[in-house]
Design a protein. Sequence first.
Length: 84
Amino acid sequence: MNQDTVKGAVDDAAGRAKRQVGEWTGDTQTQIEGGAQQIKGKAEKAWGTVKDAVHDAGATNRNNSELEHERLESERKHHEAAGS
């Protein structure tokens, strides 16, 4: 979980609370501000999720490349030993 995801969760929760207070008090402006903050929070969380997925995919690709390199190196050594 990265900073964007955490910040988004906080903004979403704060916006939800602000919107609810606006509903209870009949303050339309507070409701609107809370709703906007919720949307901002949801967007931040989504962006954080995308960044995490890209990071995880990069790590997986690096791991797969390293495994493939090790496999090829092992095959090369096996062929060299068999040819000797």
